[in-house]
Ligand binder design. Structure first.
Ligand SMILES: C[S@@+](CC[C@H](N)C(=O)[O-])C[C@H]1O[C@@H](n2cnc3c(N)ncnc32)[C@H](O)[C@@H]1O
Length: 389
């Protein structure tokens, strides 16, 4: 996108976009990216994102009244996306929260220094009550309440009314316990009582005040290749962002949110089927090529595949070459039409900024391919330049 153009999201009502911000996710892309792709393919009838993360693509489709399907292997991503596809009233969500909190079921309150410092005692009991009950509820209202709590579980303390339930912490990712405890102790920051229902009520009213009509989205938990094989629908637009090369902390960074939806009460370092955890570059490229092959089998002729991709600086890899190699290696007739550096959205955070704490900006590219019947070859650096110009 040209820097002088008005981003698509700025043309939409701020209120309609609020639900998209229900909960951050470590490498989310700005909603302008899927909105631009939807504008470039106006005949789109169904959209797919095989690495849907927090469901940005699916929410963009909802804004335009288009059905969508998402897949992600991380249960936190699926819980957030689920809420973005749901149509419920704020009153129903607040009523459910109030009912659950009245029951005071709070077995398995986690113990240990981290928990004592992260949440005030009564606040923690309320969170555990909500966690216990929500784990056995599968209604749309419960899906919305679950994602709302994921979004307020940790974050910075502010001067006015509290917005988050935890002691001081980043909002995007959960700090590791030893680091967090040291941080709070050295600053003598004991956790204060935060009334859970008040924070939920404020957040729900704000998020759902003007949410758009739901347009028939579905999200599946699991490996993309496996889940794509089970789908029945056909797609004409795919907008996605696979795990960035070298980025290996998708699961560990969300450990507190993972706990809330039923995971262990300590940091989980497992691989959990994450493509980013492939042992080497070659198997990473092959794993993505397999996803593009499986994606093509679910696409109509002339379908458009738009990918935002990056590699962390320490991986010393050219993301353009790498992503074009994944397309060339797929057993599908994707023809690369465009490759360019990812555009900068002035208002919303780019994925790159999520890596700010690593100290250096990440190199991100957008690549567009079409299912034309002609297969792409691996592109050399000069050919990449030729496509761009
Ligand atoms: C870059 S993030 C996607 C972010 C998304 N565009 C957003 O706006 O939130 C990549 C996602 O791929 C998921 N993932 C990794 N390996 C996967 C696999 N084998 N199958 C499905 N999803 C996978 C990760 O859990 C992560 O959520």
């Amino acid at each position: 996108m040209n820097a002088t153009m008005v981003p698509y999201a700025q043309k939409m009502s701020e209120n309609a976009l609020r639900l998209n911000a229900i909960c951050p996710y470590y490498t989310m892309f700005p909603i302008d990216f899927p909105l631009e792709q939807l504008a470039a393919k106006p005949d789109t009838t169904r959209v797919l994102d095989p690495f849907c993360g927090r469901g940005t693509t699916l929410y963009a489709a909802r804004l335009l009244g288009i059905p969508s399907v998402g897949i992600d292997i991380n249960p936190v991503a699926v819980a957030i996306t689920q809420a973005k596809l749901t149509q419920v009233t704020p009153q129903a969500v607040i009523r459910l929260a109030r009912q659950i909190l009245r029951t005071e079921e709070h077995d398995n309150v986690p113990t240990g220094e981290f928990w004592q410092w992260c949440y005030e005692r009564e606040t923690l009991r309320e969170i555990v009550t909500l966690r216990t009950r929500l784990m056995s509820l599968a209604t749309p209202t419960a899906a919305m309440l679950r994602a709302v709590i994921l979004g307020i579980l940790h974050g910075p303390q502010n001067k006015g009314l509290p917005s988050y339930l935890s002691n001081q912490m980043p909002r995007t990712y959960a700090s590791k316990p030893a680091y967090a405890v040291k941080f709070w102790k050295t600053r003598n920051m004991t956790p204060v009582r935060i009334p859970t229902l008040d924070v939920i009520t404020r957040r729900v009213n704000r998020l759902l005040e003007a949410s758009p009509i739901a347009s028939g989205g579905r999200v599946h938990l699991g490996d993309s290749v496996e889940k794509l094989g089970e789908l029945q629908q056909k797609f004409d637009l795919v907008v996605t962002s696979p795990p960035y090369y070298g980025m290996r902390t998708y699961v560990a960074d969300q450990w507190l949110r993972s706990w809330f939806i039923g995971g262990p009460s300590e940091v989980a370092y497992g691989t959990n089927g994450q493509i980013a955890r492939q042992p080497n570059k070659d198997s990473f490229i092959q794993a993505l090529a397999d996803v593009w092959s499986a994606t093509a089998r679910r696409c109509k002729p002339n379908a458009r595949l738009a990918i935002r991709f990056g590699a962390i600086p320490s991986a010393r890899t050219d993301p353009e070459e790498m992503i074009s190699e994944t397309i060339a290696r797929s057993e599908a007739a994707w023809e690369i039409k465009d490759i360019r550096p990812a555009g900068i959205s002035p208002k919303r955070a780019r994925q790159a900024e999520q890596f700010g704490r690593a100290g250096s900006a990440i190199d991100e590219v957008d690549i567009v391919a079409e299912l034309t019947g002609r297969r792409s070859r691996t592109l050399g650096a000069q050919e990449v330049l030729d496509i761009r110009t």
